[in-house]
Write a protein that binds this ligand. Structure first.
Ligand code: CMC
Length: 428
């Protein structure tokens, strides 16, 4: 049987045969379907990209019905157990796991690009004392574009590589400075002897001690969380990164745009909202009442549901396991009991079963972050840091794809037809 789709246009009676490749038809193949020569041709209408593939990609695979997530073919469970964030970032961007020497070079280059220009500190000092850390992160990563004008050479592979080191290296430093600014504490410079996450903890929490020594358990837990957040194919922020990048903007401003998309409460901002929701619920016995309100349409159960996953988010499963290890060091976060009760009740409720709503990555992550000492409004920053490698991989794949052009959707215009301008005195 041929891999084609036969369409009959009942307006004209004409038949069309459209090729199917990799399970998709090309939207541009619909354009030939016209009622007359003047007709523009048929388009597809798909608000929110519910059923439109915007690219070919080799980075991340998700089977939402089965709850499967793989980076470059490797199951997320194996990566979370056996790898580390920097190795995963290399894998996502380069397509293969690094050899020992490739990894050492990668780690060295990222570690040696963690410092921020001193003027960045002054820039950040300008933020109000209670500025939201995501607002500071978005603005500051965009401002890096002014420090590195050569980043505009996006078609030069060497220049691209340098910006990747800078972005992955500097995101934790910006995030830590945003936190310290918020707390009124002096900024802490990076420590090159520590791991990526160990150094991040150092820049956040070092006080008067001469050398900060991160807890190995917390360092590893954060590394696992970073692995889980590294990429997630064509989500809202990856789509923003690709869309901005398609105009050939530099990677710093593109990353600022992607981070802005992540900030929203329906995307990465959900981890912050989960904790606010748990605070609002207050105690375990109030959970049934809260679920009732959600079902009545009075707000959503934050950290639940996903556009792609119609099964348990595999990342949420790993986070739940990691929580126990963290609580051994930090003590149990009492919010966990409310979250477990929410999950228990929701998973047996017809409303959630029918809509296939399960906990997503943001449901349990905030509970761990809170136990580790992060303020609630810093949670989304902890999503943005590791997602930077995913954004970069998506951006580079776009630039190297000869089929890609500037992203520019069509619209269906339903506004007023042509009419003549009326002077103000004649308007009603
Ligand atoms: N609580 C209650 N009802 C929900 C929820 C929820 N969290 N999520 C979806 N629904 C209902 C929704 O009301 C709709 O019901 P109906 O068919 O009766 O109108 C149905 O389920 C389908 O929802 P949708 O909004 O059409 O689905 P979507 O694919 O457009 O949205 C989502 C996906 C993640 C935005 C949504 O599930 C949501 O708002 N969840 C809460 C926010 C959240 O946790 N976001 C993090 C997502 S995972 C990490 C990330 O991407 O950053």
């Amino acid at each position: 049987m041929p891999d084609t789709l036969t369409l009959t246009d009942n307006r004209t009676g004409k038949k069309y045969e459209i090729p199917i490749v990799n399970g998709v038809i090309k939207a541009m193949d619909l354009r030939q379907i016209k009622v007359s020569d003047e007709d523009f041709g048929l388009m597809s209408y798909d608000p929110a990209f519910m059923n439109t593939a915007s690219c070919h990609s080799k980075i991340t695979f998700i089977d939402g019905d089965k709850g499967i997530l793989r980076y470059r073919g490797y199951p997320i469970e194996q990566l979370a157990e056996k790898s580390n964030y920097l190795e995963v970032a290399y894998l996502i961007i380069h397509g293969e796991l690094p050899t020992k020497s490739q990894f050492e070079e990668w780690r060295y280059n990222i570690t040696h690009h963690t410092m921020l220009h001193e003027n960045t500190k002054k820039f950040m000092d300008g933020f109000h004392h209670d500025a939201h850390p995501m607002g500071m992160l978005v603005s500051t990563v965009g401002a890096l574009s002014t420090f590195y004008p050569e980043a505009r050479n996006i078609h030069d592979a060497e220049a691209r590589k340098l910006q990747m080191y800078r972005l992955i290296g500097k995101m934790p430093t910006i995030a830590a400075y945003a936190y310290r600014h918020r707390m009124g504490l002096p900024y802490v410079y990076p420590d090159n002897e520590l791991s990526y996450t160990g150094n991040f903890l150092n820049m956040l929490f070092k006080m008067a001690e001469p050398k900060y020594e991160p807890s190995p358990t917390l360092e590893r837990a954060l590394d696992i969380l970073f692995i889980l957040h590294a990429d997630h194919e064509q989500n809202c922020s990856a789509n923003a990164m690709r869309s901005i990048g398609s105009s050939q903007a530099d990677p710093f401003v593109s990353t600022a745009g992607a981070a802005a998309a992540l900030y929203g409460p329906l995307h990465g901002g959900a981890n912050e909202q989960v904790l606010r929701m748990l605070d609002e619920i207050g105690t375990k016995d109030k959970v049934p009442e809260f679920i009732k309100r959600v079902k009545a349409g009075e707000g959503r159960l934050m950290g639940f549901g996903h556009r792609i996953y119609k099964n348990y988010d595999p990342r949420a499963k790993i986070i739940k396991e990691t929580a126990d290890q963290v609580f051994e060091v930090t003590g149990r976060n009492p919010q966990l009991d409310i979250a477990l009760e929410l999950e228990r009740i929701a998973l047996q409720d017809e409303y959630f079963i029918k809509r296939k709503l399960y906990p997503n990555v943001d449901f349990y992550s905030g509970i761990i972050y809170q136990a580790m000492g992060f303020p609630t409004d810093a949670f989304t920053v902890l999503f943005a840091i590791p997602r930077t490698s995913g954004w970069i991989a998506q951006w580079q794949e776009l630039l190297l794809d000869p089929e890609q052009k500037i992203a520019r959707p069509r619209q269906v215009y339903l506004g007023a037809p042509k009419r003549d301008f009326a002077p103000m005195e004649r308007r009603r």
